[in-house]
Design a protein. Structure first.
Length: 78
């Protein structure tokens, strides 16, 4: 079996984690400077970020599982 689909999925999760780490650091700087005000826009963006991550985890995992059932993968169903 090929490890390529799983590695792509894990790299995508790593990118989500890196972007979260980066953007959380920037948000901390804004809070320290007193520029940030939590409100409806912040809640909406946070909900969209969480929704995007959940969609990636659920449908990305489903896609990885489906790639192993295709004919072009070694050991897939015929």
């Amino acid at each position: 079996m090929s490890f390529v689909p799983v590695s792509r999925y894990l790299i995508g999760l790593g990118m989500f984690g890196f972007l979260y780490w980066l953007l959380d650091g920037i948000l901390t700087l804004f809070i320290d400077e007193g520029v940030h005000t939590a409100g409806a826009a912040f809640d909406l963006i946070h909900a969209l970020w969480t929704g995007g991550l959940l969609i990636y985890i659920i449908f990305g995992g489903w896609y990885v599982i489906r790639t192993y059932n295709e004919k072009n993968q070694y050991g897939g169903q015929i």
